[in-house]
Design a protein around this ligand. Structure first.
Ligand code: KE4
Length: 422
């Protein structure tokens, strides 16, 4: 038994499933998780000294790669000044300025500690601001583990096929209305039947939790128009897409201005951060200037702020288009490789993200994502990991490429995929 297996056996005794987040347990891909000792650039090394090209990237935060020098140095020097004060510090203002200056629709922003907190708070704000209770989410989209969102969610809920929402009273999800992703007609029907009570529509502007599913042309604009017509707020959950699909997020890439935006992952550079923001009139309803309450002991934590500032200041200088071209070329080669072997795959990709679906049909929503061969994906995951390539341990997640990934990383991945394809 190697060290990783010994650690996993011990962890399972005192941590549920041996992990601090379900999808990390690798149950959906039929193997045990590997314990990681360190990350550097585009690679991670296990506690047994095995190196992997890392396409998980901590589920999205590490667009600059692991242990990026300026991020590491910023956190270390912040630590020398103290980890937390419970009082305002200058770096909270500096990170807020970077976010507000980057995202077209955000006049004001509040820091929290996770993407879950960000979406929960944005929904509470939308409900408090509109005085309405209902909201629309999309099947297969995941907005964190807030009670109201755990209806037909993606990511770990889809991965583990958790039926319904155990532990959440039916009344809590009674106001959660569901529509298939990319289905504007279904949204129109929900507005026709519940319009006066719909506070918000929350959407991943590029879905990343049923695998990667981009918005169909007109989908996001259609949501914007429907929200305007019914006095509801449009919430973009940009926890993944924020600073990932462009430095201005999905809202900047697609030119659609949501009323509220939820953020996480990249803005913390690998440390626990989330944020929600939007136009001034709405955000000034948040306590203490408004009445809608939200709080957090470690919100705006100096270490996390330092990591986020260093990350965004570096990303501001990076060439997103060049990275996107490299990822597109890699995905084309990967797709061609399987097609030459007669294996049906559909690689959904956008910016520096991709998902390989074992499916002959395009994937446009949760139903078509679930129709892909997740058993084959599990076999693919295990084969790739045995060959030094670490993908997302679920068919309902998205691979994340960093600015550190090299051509050698891509070539090693193609070689491992070729040996899988036979
Ligand atoms: P966190 O609470 O995990 O920081 O963020 C929740 C969240 C909100 N919105 C979107 C679009 C998200 O993707 C997430 C979290 N992402 C998953 C993976 N896709 C986190 C992985 C995990 O649960 O361990």
């Amino acid at each position: 038994m190697n060290r990783s297996s010994r650690l996993f056996a011990a962890a399972r005794q005192i941590i549920p499933g041996g992990v601090n987040s379900p999808v990390r347990a690798c149950m959906a891909v039929g193997c045990d998780p590997i314990f990681i000792a360190r990350g550097q650039g585009s690679a991670v090394t296990s506690v047994d000294g095995v190196r992997y090209v890392d396409f998980l990237g901590s589920w999205g935060p590490l667009l600059l790669g692991h242990a990026f020098e300026t991020v590491r140095d910023a956190v270390c020097s912040a630590m020398e000044r103290g980890a937390s004060f419970g009082a305002p510090c200058e770096d909270e203002l500096r990170l807020a300025e970077l976010v507000v200056n980057a995202l077209p629709s955000v006049d004001m922003v509040r820091m929290v500690n996770s993407g879950t907190e960000a979406t929960m708070s944005a929904l509470r704000l939308a409900r408090g601001y509109t005085g309405r209770s209902g909201f629309i989410k999309f099947e297969g989209c995941y907005h964190g583990h807030g009670d109201a969102f755990l209806a037909s969610a993606g990511s770990g809920v889809a991965t583990l096929s958790i039926p319904g929402t155990p532990g959440v009273p039916p009344a809590v999800v009674a106001n959660t209305f569901l529509a298939p992703y990319n289905d504007l007609e279904a949204v129109r029907r929900l507005f026709s039947s519940h319009g006066p009570d719909i506070a918000a529509v929350i959407v991943e502007p590029v879905a990343g939790n049923m695998g990667l599913v981009p918005p169909s042309p007109g989908f996001l604009q259609g949501l914007r128009d429907l929200c305007d017509a019914h006095g509801s707020l449009l919430i973009f959950d940009e926890v993944i897409t924020g600073f990932r699909v462009s430095y201005r997020g999905a809202q900047g890439r697609f030119g659609i201005a949501p009323d509220l935006t939820a953020l996480g992952k990249i803005i913390g550079g690998g440390l626990p951060v989330g944020a929600y923001g939007g136009n001034r009139a709405i955000m000034e309803s948040v306590a203490p200037c408004g009445e809608i309450y939200q709080a957090g002991t470690l919100s705006g934590n100096p270490l996390a702020m330092a990591a986020g500032i260093a990350t965004l200041e570096e990303l501001r200088r990076r060439d997103y288009a060049a990275l996107e071209e490299r990822v597109e070329a890699f995905c084309r080669e990967l797709e061609d490789l399987f097609r030459r072997k007669g294996i049906a795959v559909h690689i959904s990709r956008l910016a520096s993200m991709f998902t390989l679906f074992f499916s002959s049909a395009p994937v446009t929503d949760f139903t078509s994502a679930k129709a892909a061969d997740s058993g084959c994906y599990a076999r693919f995951f295990r084969h790739m990991r045995d060959n030094g390539i670490f993908l997302a341990p679920s068919a309902f997640e998205t691979a994340m490429v960093s600015f550190c990934h090299t051509d050698a990383d891509f070539n090693a991945t193609l070689e491992a995929a070729l040996s899988f394809a036979g």
